[in-house]
Design a protein around this ligand. Structure first.
Ligand code: HEM
Length: 412
Protein backbone atom coordinates (compact mmCIF):
# COMPACT_ATOMS: atom_id res chain seq x y z
CA UNK A 1 0.00 0.00 0.00
CA UNK A 2 2.87 2.40 0.64
CA UNK A 3 4.68 1.86 -2.70
CA UNK A 4 1.79 1.00 -5.01
CA UNK A 5 3.62 1.80 -8.26
CA UNK A 6 6.57 -0.48 -7.53
CA UNK A 7 4.20 -3.14 -6.18
CA UNK A 8 2.03 -3.19 -9.33
CA UNK A 9 5.07 -3.28 -11.58
CA UNK A 10 6.57 -6.23 -9.67
CA UNK A 11 3.29 -8.10 -9.50
CA UNK A 12 2.84 -7.71 -13.25
CA UNK A 13 6.42 -8.77 -13.92
CA UNK A 14 6.13 -11.89 -11.76
CA UNK A 15 2.59 -13.03 -12.47
CA UNK A 16 1.44 -11.32 -15.69
CA UNK A 17 -2.19 -10.45 -16.43
CA UNK A 18 -4.61 -11.07 -14.74
CA UNK A 19 -3.36 -11.33 -11.19
CA UNK A 20 -5.11 -11.79 -7.83
CA UNK A 21 -4.08 -9.63 -4.89
CA UNK A 22 -5.35 -9.23 -1.34
CA UNK A 23 -5.56 -5.82 0.31
CA UNK A 24 -6.62 -4.64 3.72
CA UNK A 25 -9.56 -2.59 2.52
CA UNK A 26 -11.78 -5.36 1.28
CA UNK A 27 -12.24 -8.81 2.78
CA UNK A 28 -12.55 -10.27 -0.75
CA UNK A 29 -9.58 -11.07 -3.00
CA UNK A 30 -9.20 -8.68 -5.95
CA UNK A 31 -8.44 -9.74 -9.53
CA UNK A 32 -6.62 -7.02 -11.49
CA UNK A 33 -6.90 -6.79 -15.29
CA UNK A 34 -4.86 -4.51 -17.51
CA UNK A 35 -5.21 -5.90 -21.06
CA UNK A 36 -7.57 -3.82 -23.27
CA UNK A 37 -10.09 -6.62 -23.95
CA UNK A 38 -10.42 -7.53 -20.28
CA UNK A 39 -10.62 -3.86 -19.27
CA UNK A 40 -13.49 -3.41 -21.73
CA UNK A 41 -15.23 -6.47 -20.20
CA UNK A 42 -14.87 -4.98 -16.69
CA UNK A 43 -16.31 -1.62 -17.77
CA UNK A 44 -19.21 -3.36 -19.55
CA UNK A 45 -20.20 -5.55 -16.58
CA UNK A 46 -23.90 -5.24 -15.82
CA UNK A 47 -24.12 -3.13 -12.61
CA UNK A 48 -26.74 -5.55 -11.25
CA UNK A 49 -24.09 -8.29 -11.03
CA UNK A 50 -21.06 -6.02 -10.49
CA UNK A 51 -21.99 -3.07 -8.28
CA UNK A 52 -19.20 -0.52 -7.92
CA UNK A 53 -20.92 1.40 -5.12
CA UNK A 54 -20.23 -1.48 -2.72
CA UNK A 55 -16.49 -0.98 -3.18
CA UNK A 56 -16.76 2.52 -1.66
CA UNK A 57 -18.87 1.46 1.33
CA UNK A 58 -16.20 2.69 3.77
CA UNK A 59 -16.89 6.26 2.57
CA UNK A 60 -20.54 6.14 3.70
CA UNK A 61 -20.12 8.10 6.98
CA UNK A 62 -18.88 11.13 5.02
CA UNK A 63 -20.45 10.55 1.59
CA UNK A 64 -24.03 10.26 2.87
CA UNK A 65 -26.94 7.97 1.93
CA UNK A 66 -27.79 9.59 -1.45
CA UNK A 67 -24.20 9.66 -2.67
CA UNK A 68 -23.59 8.69 -6.30
CA UNK A 69 -20.43 7.01 -5.05
CA UNK A 70 -22.42 4.43 -3.06
CA UNK A 71 -25.52 3.95 -5.21
CA UNK A 72 -25.88 1.25 -7.84
CA UNK A 73 -28.30 0.30 -10.62
CA UNK A 74 -31.20 2.61 -11.59
CA UNK A 75 -30.72 4.86 -8.54
CA UNK A 76 -27.11 5.41 -9.55
CA UNK A 77 -28.00 6.22 -13.18
CA UNK A 78 -30.68 8.67 -12.07
CA UNK A 79 -28.28 10.46 -9.75
CA UNK A 80 -25.61 10.46 -12.44
CA UNK A 81 -27.91 12.13 -14.98
CA UNK A 82 -28.68 14.88 -12.44
CA UNK A 83 -25.08 15.37 -11.42
CA UNK A 84 -23.62 15.38 -14.91
CA UNK A 85 -25.78 18.16 -16.31
CA UNK A 86 -23.62 20.97 -14.87
CA UNK A 87 -20.50 19.38 -16.41
CA UNK A 88 -21.45 19.76 -20.06
CA UNK A 89 -19.17 21.71 -22.39
CA UNK A 90 -21.04 25.04 -22.23
CA UNK A 91 -20.93 25.22 -18.42
CA UNK A 92 -17.26 24.25 -18.40
CA UNK A 93 -16.42 27.14 -20.75
CA UNK A 94 -18.35 29.48 -18.48
CA UNK A 95 -16.42 28.42 -15.35
CA UNK A 96 -12.95 28.47 -17.00
CA UNK A 97 -12.24 32.23 -16.49
CA UNK A 98 -12.82 31.96 -12.72
CA UNK A 99 -10.58 28.88 -12.49
CA UNK A 100 -7.93 30.70 -14.53
CA UNK A 101 -8.11 33.71 -12.20
CA UNK A 102 -7.71 31.57 -9.06
CA UNK A 103 -4.83 29.67 -10.69
CA UNK A 104 -3.04 32.87 -11.73
CA UNK A 105 -3.41 34.32 -8.27
CA UNK A 106 -1.84 31.21 -6.74
CA UNK A 107 0.99 30.82 -9.26
CA UNK A 108 1.97 34.49 -9.08
CA UNK A 109 3.18 33.77 -5.51
CA UNK A 110 5.55 30.94 -6.57
CA UNK A 111 9.24 31.77 -5.99
CA UNK A 112 12.11 29.54 -4.86
CA UNK A 113 11.33 26.08 -3.41
CA UNK A 114 7.67 25.03 -3.63
CA UNK A 115 5.98 21.77 -2.65
CA UNK A 116 3.43 21.56 -5.45
CA UNK A 117 1.10 19.08 -3.72
CA UNK A 118 0.53 21.35 -0.70
CA UNK A 119 -0.25 24.31 -2.95
CA UNK A 120 -2.43 22.28 -5.30
CA UNK A 121 -4.47 20.92 -2.39
CA UNK A 122 -5.25 24.49 -1.36
CA UNK A 123 -5.88 25.68 -4.92
CA UNK A 124 -8.12 22.77 -5.97
CA UNK A 125 -10.08 23.13 -2.73
CA UNK A 126 -10.56 26.86 -3.35
CA UNK A 127 -11.69 26.08 -6.90
CA UNK A 128 -14.21 23.52 -5.62
CA UNK A 129 -15.52 25.90 -2.94
CA UNK A 130 -15.92 28.84 -5.34
CA UNK A 131 -16.94 27.14 -8.57
CA UNK A 132 -18.80 24.06 -7.30
CA UNK A 133 -20.09 25.00 -3.82
CA UNK A 134 -20.69 28.61 -4.91
CA UNK A 135 -19.00 30.05 -1.77
CA UNK A 136 -18.81 33.83 -2.10
CA UNK A 137 -17.39 35.64 0.91
CA UNK A 138 -13.93 35.10 2.40
CA UNK A 139 -15.66 34.00 5.60
CA UNK A 140 -17.63 31.24 3.85
CA UNK A 141 -14.42 30.09 2.17
CA UNK A 142 -12.44 30.08 5.41
CA UNK A 143 -15.02 28.22 7.46
CA UNK A 144 -15.63 25.53 4.86
CA UNK A 145 -11.92 25.12 4.05
CA UNK A 146 -11.14 24.61 7.70
CA UNK A 147 -13.98 22.12 8.29
CA UNK A 148 -13.05 20.09 5.21
CA UNK A 149 -9.36 20.03 6.09
CA UNK A 150 -10.08 18.71 9.57
CA UNK A 151 -12.48 16.08 8.19
CA UNK A 152 -10.04 14.86 5.55
CA UNK A 153 -7.02 15.03 7.86
CA UNK A 154 -8.51 12.10 9.78
CA UNK A 155 -8.63 9.85 6.74
CA UNK A 156 -5.45 10.91 4.91
CA UNK A 157 -3.07 9.25 7.34
CA UNK A 158 -2.51 5.59 6.56
CA UNK A 159 -2.11 4.42 10.22
CA UNK A 160 -5.33 6.24 11.17
CA UNK A 161 -7.26 4.66 8.27
CA UNK A 162 -5.85 1.24 9.16
CA UNK A 163 -7.03 1.58 12.74
CA UNK A 164 -10.46 2.80 11.54
CA UNK A 165 -10.81 -0.25 9.31
CA UNK A 166 -9.57 -2.67 11.95
CA UNK A 167 -11.79 -1.20 14.69
CA UNK A 168 -14.85 0.07 12.80
CA UNK A 169 -16.58 1.47 15.90
CA UNK A 170 -17.11 4.91 17.34
CA UNK A 171 -15.48 4.69 20.79
CA UNK A 172 -16.16 8.29 21.79
CA UNK A 173 -14.90 11.72 20.78
CA UNK A 174 -11.20 10.87 21.22
CA UNK A 175 -11.26 7.69 19.11
CA UNK A 176 -10.49 7.95 15.35
CA UNK A 177 -14.14 7.30 14.36
CA UNK A 178 -15.44 9.62 17.07
CA UNK A 179 -13.21 12.46 15.89
CA UNK A 180 -14.18 11.81 12.30
CA UNK A 181 -17.91 11.89 13.17
CA UNK A 182 -17.55 15.21 14.99
CA UNK A 183 -15.65 16.71 12.06
CA UNK A 184 -18.37 15.56 9.61
CA UNK A 185 -21.09 17.03 11.88
CA UNK A 186 -19.34 20.39 11.97
CA UNK A 187 -18.88 20.38 8.20
CA UNK A 188 -22.55 19.44 7.64
CA UNK A 189 -23.77 22.28 9.86
CA UNK A 190 -21.76 24.81 7.81
CA UNK A 191 -22.89 23.33 4.52
CA UNK A 192 -26.58 23.36 5.47
CA UNK A 193 -26.23 27.00 6.56
CA UNK A 194 -24.66 27.83 3.18
CA UNK A 195 -27.52 26.06 1.35
CA UNK A 196 -30.08 28.01 3.41
CA UNK A 197 -28.36 31.31 2.48
CA UNK A 198 -28.20 30.44 -1.21
CA UNK A 199 -31.87 29.36 -1.27
CA UNK A 200 -32.88 32.58 0.53
CA UNK A 201 -30.92 34.66 -2.02
CA UNK A 202 -32.75 32.85 -4.82
CA UNK A 203 -29.58 31.14 -6.11
CA UNK A 204 -30.54 28.84 -8.92
CA UNK A 205 -31.97 31.69 -10.92
CA UNK A 206 -28.44 32.58 -12.08
CA UNK A 207 -25.79 30.07 -13.13
CA UNK A 208 -22.65 31.28 -11.45
CA UNK A 209 -21.69 27.97 -9.81
CA UNK A 210 -22.34 24.25 -10.07
CA UNK A 211 -24.54 24.62 -6.97
CA UNK A 212 -26.80 27.11 -8.82
CA UNK A 213 -27.22 24.51 -11.56
CA UNK A 214 -27.86 21.75 -9.02
CA UNK A 215 -30.55 23.89 -7.35
CA UNK A 216 -32.42 23.92 -10.69
CA UNK A 217 -32.75 20.11 -10.72
CA UNK A 218 -36.28 18.71 -10.70
CA UNK A 219 -37.11 15.04 -10.18
CA UNK A 220 -39.69 13.11 -12.21
CA UNK A 221 -42.49 14.69 -10.07
CA UNK A 222 -41.14 18.21 -10.56
CA UNK A 223 -39.82 18.43 -6.97
CA UNK A 224 -36.58 20.35 -6.23
CA UNK A 225 -33.70 18.57 -4.46
CA UNK A 226 -33.74 18.38 -0.66
CA UNK A 227 -30.87 19.83 1.38
CA UNK A 228 -29.67 16.32 2.17
CA UNK A 229 -29.57 15.43 -1.54
CA UNK A 230 -27.66 18.60 -2.39
CA UNK A 231 -25.28 18.01 0.50
CA UNK A 232 -24.52 14.48 -0.72
CA UNK A 233 -24.01 15.72 -4.29
CA UNK A 234 -21.59 18.44 -3.21
CA UNK A 235 -19.69 15.99 -1.01
CA UNK A 236 -19.47 13.47 -3.89
CA UNK A 237 -17.94 16.18 -6.08
CA UNK A 238 -15.57 17.14 -3.28
CA UNK A 239 -14.51 13.54 -2.54
CA UNK A 240 -14.21 12.72 -6.27
CA UNK A 241 -12.62 15.96 -7.32
CA UNK A 242 -10.30 17.29 -4.64
CA UNK A 243 -7.48 14.83 -3.96
CA UNK A 244 -7.57 13.42 -7.51
CA UNK A 245 -7.05 16.85 -9.13
CA UNK A 246 -4.49 17.99 -6.56
CA UNK A 247 -2.48 14.77 -7.04
CA UNK A 248 -2.64 14.98 -10.85
CA UNK A 249 -1.50 18.60 -10.79
CA UNK A 250 1.31 17.85 -8.32
CA UNK A 251 2.51 15.15 -10.74
CA UNK A 252 2.22 17.61 -13.61
CA UNK A 253 4.63 20.00 -11.84
CA UNK A 254 6.96 17.15 -10.87
CA UNK A 255 7.10 15.95 -14.51
CA UNK A 256 7.44 19.45 -15.98
CA UNK A 257 10.33 20.29 -13.65
CA UNK A 258 12.21 17.28 -15.05
CA UNK A 259 11.35 18.19 -18.66
CA UNK A 260 12.47 21.72 -19.58
CA UNK A 261 11.78 20.94 -23.26
CA UNK A 262 8.09 20.39 -22.47
CA UNK A 263 7.99 23.67 -20.51
CA UNK A 264 9.52 25.49 -23.50
CA UNK A 265 6.86 24.13 -25.87
CA UNK A 266 4.06 24.97 -23.43
CA UNK A 267 5.34 28.54 -23.34
CA UNK A 268 4.55 28.83 -27.07
CA UNK A 269 0.85 28.65 -26.14
CA UNK A 270 -0.31 25.92 -28.56
CA UNK A 271 -3.63 24.60 -27.14
CA UNK A 272 -3.11 21.18 -28.78
CA UNK A 273 0.22 20.80 -26.99
CA UNK A 274 -1.39 21.84 -23.70
CA UNK A 275 -4.07 19.16 -24.16
CA UNK A 276 -1.42 16.60 -25.03
CA UNK A 277 0.52 17.47 -21.86
CA UNK A 278 -2.59 17.00 -19.70
CA UNK A 279 -3.27 13.60 -21.31
CA UNK A 280 0.35 12.54 -20.88
CA UNK A 281 0.43 13.51 -17.18
CA UNK A 282 -2.75 11.48 -16.61
CA UNK A 283 -1.19 8.52 -18.46
CA UNK A 284 2.32 8.57 -17.03
CA UNK A 285 1.28 9.35 -13.44
CA UNK A 286 -2.35 8.26 -12.90
CA UNK A 287 -3.74 9.47 -9.58
CA UNK A 288 -6.02 6.45 -9.17
CA UNK A 289 -4.67 2.93 -9.64
CA UNK A 290 -7.81 0.80 -9.97
CA UNK A 291 -11.52 0.89 -10.84
CA UNK A 292 -12.99 -1.95 -8.74
CA UNK A 293 -16.35 -3.78 -8.99
CA UNK A 294 -17.66 -6.49 -6.64
CA UNK A 295 -18.90 -9.58 -8.54
CA UNK A 296 -22.22 -10.96 -7.27
CA UNK A 297 -22.39 -13.60 -10.01
CA UNK A 298 -19.69 -15.39 -11.99
CA UNK A 299 -18.61 -13.41 -15.08
CA UNK A 300 -16.40 -13.91 -18.15
CA UNK A 301 -13.62 -11.35 -18.23
CA UNK A 302 -10.80 -11.43 -20.78
CA UNK A 303 -11.50 -15.09 -21.49
CA UNK A 304 -11.45 -16.13 -17.80
CA UNK A 305 -14.46 -17.14 -15.72
CA UNK A 306 -14.25 -15.26 -12.44
CA UNK A 307 -16.34 -16.59 -9.55
CA UNK A 308 -18.88 -14.59 -7.56
CA UNK A 309 -17.72 -12.99 -4.31
CA UNK A 310 -14.47 -11.45 -5.53
CA UNK A 311 -13.60 -7.91 -6.51
CA UNK A 312 -12.55 -7.42 -10.12
CA UNK A 313 -10.73 -4.27 -11.12
CA UNK A 314 -9.49 -2.56 -14.23
CA UNK A 315 -5.94 -1.69 -13.25
CA UNK A 316 -5.64 1.86 -14.59
CA UNK A 317 -2.01 2.15 -13.55
CA UNK A 318 -0.83 -0.96 -15.42
CA UNK A 319 -3.04 -0.39 -18.47
CA UNK A 320 -1.40 3.00 -18.96
CA UNK A 321 2.17 1.92 -18.11
CA UNK A 322 2.62 -1.51 -19.69
CA UNK A 323 5.60 -1.62 -22.04
CA UNK A 324 3.77 -3.95 -24.44
CA UNK A 325 0.80 -1.55 -24.75
CA UNK A 326 2.72 1.72 -25.05
CA UNK A 327 5.87 2.61 -26.95
CA UNK A 328 8.46 4.04 -24.57
CA UNK A 329 5.92 3.61 -21.74
CA UNK A 330 8.08 5.11 -18.99
CA UNK A 331 8.93 8.28 -20.94
CA UNK A 332 7.00 11.51 -20.35
CA UNK A 333 6.40 12.57 -23.93
CA UNK A 334 3.33 14.75 -24.69
CA UNK A 335 4.40 14.57 -28.37
CA UNK A 336 3.11 11.00 -28.52
CA UNK A 337 -0.41 12.48 -28.59
CA UNK A 338 0.39 14.73 -31.53
CA UNK A 339 2.06 12.20 -33.82
CA UNK A 340 0.19 12.30 -37.11
CA UNK A 341 -0.98 9.34 -39.19
CA UNK A 342 2.67 8.56 -40.02
CA UNK A 343 3.55 8.46 -36.32
CA UNK A 344 2.55 5.88 -33.78
CA UNK A 345 -1.07 4.70 -34.13
CA UNK A 346 -3.61 6.12 -31.65
CA UNK A 347 -3.41 4.06 -28.47
CA UNK A 348 -6.24 1.65 -27.81
CA UNK A 349 -9.06 3.55 -26.06
CA UNK A 350 -9.07 0.86 -23.36
CA UNK A 351 -5.41 1.62 -22.57
CA UNK A 352 -5.79 5.35 -21.75
CA UNK A 353 -8.24 5.10 -18.86
CA UNK A 354 -7.32 7.62 -16.11
CA UNK A 355 -11.05 8.23 -15.47
CA UNK A 356 -12.12 4.58 -15.33
CA UNK A 357 -14.97 3.61 -17.64
CA UNK A 358 -18.50 2.39 -18.30
CA UNK A 359 -21.40 3.72 -16.24
CA UNK A 360 -19.02 4.68 -13.40
CA UNK A 361 -16.57 6.70 -15.52
CA UNK A 362 -15.49 9.85 -13.68
CA UNK A 363 -18.46 12.24 -13.64
CA UNK A 364 -16.15 15.24 -13.28
CA UNK A 365 -13.72 14.48 -16.15
CA UNK A 366 -14.56 17.62 -18.21
CA UNK A 367 -14.11 19.75 -15.08
CA UNK A 368 -10.81 18.03 -14.19
CA UNK A 369 -9.37 18.63 -17.66
CA UNK A 370 -10.52 22.23 -17.79
CA UNK A 371 -8.92 22.79 -14.38
CA UNK A 372 -5.63 21.13 -15.34
CA UNK A 373 -5.47 23.11 -18.59
CA UNK A 374 -6.08 26.42 -16.81
CA UNK A 375 -3.52 25.72 -14.06
CA UNK A 376 -0.82 24.61 -16.52
CA UNK A 377 -1.58 27.59 -18.77
CA UNK A 378 -1.19 29.90 -15.76
CA UNK A 379 2.12 28.16 -14.91
CA UNK A 380 3.59 28.44 -18.40
CA UNK A 381 5.31 31.74 -17.54
CA UNK A 382 7.35 30.08 -14.75
CA UNK A 383 10.63 28.22 -15.10
CA UNK A 384 10.56 25.07 -12.99
CA UNK A 385 13.52 22.93 -11.95
CA UNK A 386 13.49 19.74 -9.85
CA UNK A 387 14.70 20.13 -6.25
CA UNK A 388 16.63 16.84 -6.63
CA UNK A 389 17.84 15.04 -9.74
CA UNK A 390 15.90 11.78 -9.24
CA UNK A 391 12.25 11.61 -10.31
CA UNK A 392 9.88 11.31 -7.34
CA UNK A 393 8.38 7.91 -6.58
CA UNK A 394 4.67 7.34 -5.93
CA UNK A 395 3.22 7.05 -2.45
CA UNK A 396 -0.38 6.61 -1.38
CA UNK A 397 -2.38 9.38 0.26
CA UNK A 398 -5.87 8.11 1.04
CA UNK A 399 -7.25 6.94 -2.34
CA UNK A 400 -4.71 8.60 -4.62
CA UNK A 401 -1.05 8.30 -5.58
CA UNK A 402 1.05 11.39 -4.98
CA UNK A 403 4.75 12.21 -5.54
CA UNK A 404 6.57 11.00 -2.43
CA UNK A 405 8.11 14.40 -1.67
CA UNK A 406 4.96 16.20 -2.79
CA UNK A 407 6.40 17.44 -6.09
CA UNK A 408 9.28 19.60 -4.83
CA UNK A 409 10.17 22.17 -7.47
CA UNK A 410 12.41 25.24 -7.63
CA UNK A 411 10.83 28.25 -9.28
CA UNK A 412 13.08 30.83 -10.98
C1 HEM B 1 -7.55 14.45 -12.76
C2 HEM B 1 -8.50 14.36 -11.88
C3 HEM B 1 -9.43 13.18 -11.75
C4 HEM B 1 -9.19 11.84 -11.93
C5 HEM B 1 -7.88 11.17 -12.36
C6 HEM B 1 -10.44 11.14 -11.63
C7 HEM B 1 -10.61 9.77 -11.73
C8 HEM B 1 -11.77 9.08 -11.38
C9 HEM B 1 -11.92 7.65 -11.41
C10 HEM B 1 -10.84 6.64 -11.82
C11 HEM B 1 -13.18 7.35 -11.00
C12 HEM B 1 -13.80 5.94 -10.84
C13 HEM B 1 -14.21 5.42 -12.21
C14 HEM B 1 -14.65 3.99 -12.28
O1 HEM B 1 -14.88 3.35 -11.23
O2 HEM B 1 -14.75 3.46 -13.41
C15 HEM B 1 -13.85 8.60 -10.71
C16 HEM B 1 -15.16 8.73 -10.29
C17 HEM B 1 -15.75 9.92 -9.99
N1 HEM B 1 -15.19 11.19 -10.11
FE1 HEM B 1 -13.34 11.64 -10.79
N2 HEM B 1 -11.38 12.05 -11.25
C18 HEM B 1 -10.82 13.30 -11.32
C19 HEM B 1 -11.44 14.50 -11.04
C20 HEM B 1 -12.76 14.64 -10.67
C21 HEM B 1 -13.43 15.91 -10.45
C22 HEM B 1 -12.76 17.28 -10.62
C23 HEM B 1 -14.71 15.63 -10.05
C24 HEM B 1 -15.83 16.53 -9.69
C25 HEM B 1 -15.83 17.83 -9.81
C26 HEM B 1 -14.84 14.16 -10.02
C27 HEM B 1 -15.98 13.49 -9.67
C28 HEM B 1 -16.12 12.11 -9.70
C29 HEM B 1 -17.35 11.41 -9.29
C30 HEM B 1 -18.63 12.06 -8.76
C31 HEM B 1 -17.12 10.04 -9.48
C32 HEM B 1 -18.10 8.89 -9.23
C33 HEM B 1 -18.82 8.54 -10.51
C34 HEM B 1 -19.83 7.40 -10.36
O3 HEM B 1 -19.72 6.61 -9.42
O4 HEM B 1 -20.72 7.30 -11.22
N3 HEM B 1 -13.64 13.62 -10.41
N4 HEM B 1 -12.96 9.65 -10.96
Amino acid sequence: MTRPGAFLRQVHHRFGDPVTIRTYWTPEPMVLFSGPDAVRDVFRLDPSIAPAGRSWEFLRPFAGPHSILLLDGDEHLRERRLLQRPFHGESMRQFAPLVAELAQRELSTWRGPVVALERMRLLTLDIILRVIFGARSEREMLELRDAIESTLAGVRSLPRVMSMILIPRDLGPRSPWGRFRLAVERFDALLFALLARRRAEGAGSDEDSVLSLLLQQRDEHGAPPTDQQLRDQLVALLVGGHDSSAASLAWAFERLAHHPGVQARLRQGDPAYLDATVREVLRARPALTIAPRLLLEPARIGGHTIPAGVQVAACLWLAMRRGDLWGDADAFRPERWLDGPQGRPEPNSMSWIPYGGGVRRCAGAPFAEMEMREVLRAASGLTLRPARPAPERARRSMLVLVPDRGGEVLVD
